[in-house]
Design a protein around this ligand. Sequence first.
Ligand SMILES: [Zn+2]
Length: 383
Amino acid sequence: MTDVHLTIGLDENSEPVSIHDVASGKTKLHCPFCGGPLLAKKGHVLQHHFAHLGDTCHGALTSESLPAFDDFNLRLAAKELEELRGLWESSQQGKYAVPAVTPRLSAMGLFKDNPFRAGGQWEFTHRGKIPVRGLSLNLFGQLHPLLLLEPHETLQIAAAQEPGNTQIQAALLVYRAQLRRLYSTHFYCLQVDADGERLYKIGLTSRQLEDRLPEIQRDLRVHFESVKIEPLLFKLNRGHCERYFKFRYADHNRPVGRLTEYFTFSEAEFKKVLSDLKRMPERQFNEIETKIQRDWWAKEKRRISAVRRGVALAKANGLRLGRPKGSTEDVQTYLAKPANAKIVQLLKAGQTVRAAAVTAGASTRTVQRVKRALATLLDEPDS
Ligand SMILES: [Zn+2]
């Protein structure tokens, strides 16, 4: 829950569209929550977002933001954040462990009890180090994908419990669309020598770096006479780390006009930054992330509605689909086809699927289908 704005609208086919893929101004998109028309706001101050033409609806106002990307509060209240920062400072002053934390902070997984320290002392967890900019980029890169999935899981459970609740369904769709976009972005770091000053640029892109470089060169030439760019690092599907870099190294930010992605470090400082970034492992997508990335649910929905349309059409044309329950007639007809009959013979003779496919000159897929059909027949009780 957040004051972060809506970044996903729906097109005329109810497909989600990201703010990043539309031009600023009027759109033909509508709000996933209330259906109201949307305006794309792509200015230089606020994060790009969709605004309602009228009042912002409740669904859009309360839609889930991406944790540790849209903001770094991890849902802590201002007072709790303050407490966390205080504890971080005292832990940094040579103490490391923290004598006591409020139950809420520990319940949120921000601290862990260290049993090896006398007196039951607490330590910051990786999660706890995020709001205080204390976690390395390498470790952030490993933890952040799990944080991003937490609201998804909550929404998925809520959506399953209330399939008729359009607000929850919209919230899930919007959150997934945000994740999907983020998953396909990459992280890069460049060294820039501009009029004798050394800057470092980091960025997030869904394209290849070679496509971005001329644009970056052009942007910089507005501010500098001589510009030399050297790519230092490109991390595939690691765009999710970009905002944390900006947050962690906010003190090193060096604005170039309106550009906010430039930083200055001493040579020694930057050596550490770069080696931290380099240690970050290659991004591996787990099963649920792969589903989100491939938009599995949307494809499934389209497939089901296509089947439904087909059934409706067939009914309208007076056709009967499928075989009546309990009847084996269709299976028998299928197996009796000359090509299939031969496969049946081979399978009954004990040949493997692969061998039967070779002998019969059929695909293993066909043989498997015949084998399954045969099995349903054998499972049927004698009539
Ligand atoms: Zn709305």
